[in-house]
Design a protein. Structure first.
Length: 223
């Protein structure tokens, strides 16, 4: 395998760290598969995590001048933030148990489960111009819950992909959060000014598979 030539692919260390940690069995060796590498990047890192962070940061920048709105006015909880807190804490508890037991692959999976849950939260509330224009309290609650959950997600991801967590924290304009035993929305307060959106990941074209295999070796497909 190509080892120290990985940087020549143009992909960040986070992408390789994620692939190896999420694919390799925790008690045995694994085969590096370029096709699987590209698929995991595009479906899990780009579509799940990267698009989530970009969607929230861009919305806050474009609609709220990069200032976190007062998300506490949704007293009827139309956004479902209480359910979000319950689900996040369930994932968080399992994550802490996995990390304490050095089950790193499972810990990383739980991070991606959290990312998927935050995406679901945005979809349930239909975060778009209509929500912003016609349901301001629900929109603010949605963004407050999502931004805070992403902040926790960054902390949980940091043992696995620290450079990605650094970028998320920079965009949120916050210091690294210590993973708590129990999570509540409120680490990022209303009125906090965030940073500018940056893409965490960019799509890898499937055509790169043959190019990289030719240059660096590895397997193109499962035997």
């Amino acid at each position: 395998m190509f080892g120290d030539q990985a940087s020549l692919t143009g992909q960040s260390s986070s992408v390789f760290r994620y692939y190896l940690l999420s694919s390799r069995p925790e008690t045995s060796d694994a085969q590096f598969l370029w096709r699987e590498f590209i698929a995991k990047h595009n479906t899990e890192l780009l579509n799940n995590l990267g698009n989530l962070v970009n969607r929230v940061i861009k919305f806050l920048n474009s609609k709220y001048n990069a200032v976190v709105p007062n998300y506490t006015k949704d007293t009827a909880d139309t956004a479902g933030t209480k359910r979000l807190e319950e689900d996040v804490n369930h994932i968080l508890t399992e994550y802490i148990e996995a990390m304490d037991a050095l089950r790193l692959k499972h810990g990383l999976k739980l991070c991606m489960d959290l990312s998927a849950r935050i995406n679901q939260f945005l979809q349930e509330n239909k975060l778009d111009n209509n929500l912003f224009n016609n349901f301001p309290e629900r929109c603010a609650a949605t963004l407050g819950g999502a931004a805070n959950a992403i902040y926790l997600l960054s902390a949980m991801l940091s043992p696995f992909v620290p450079a990605t967590s650094d970028s998320i924290d920079e965009q949120l304009n916050v210091p690294r959060l210590a993973v708590p035993d129990k999570w509540h929305i409120g680490d990022i307060l209303p009125g906090h000014t965030i940073g500018k959106p940056k893409y965490l990941f960019k799509k890898i074209e499937e055509s790169e598979e043959a190019i990289w295999k030719s240059k660096f070796g590895g397997s193109a497909k499962q035997n």
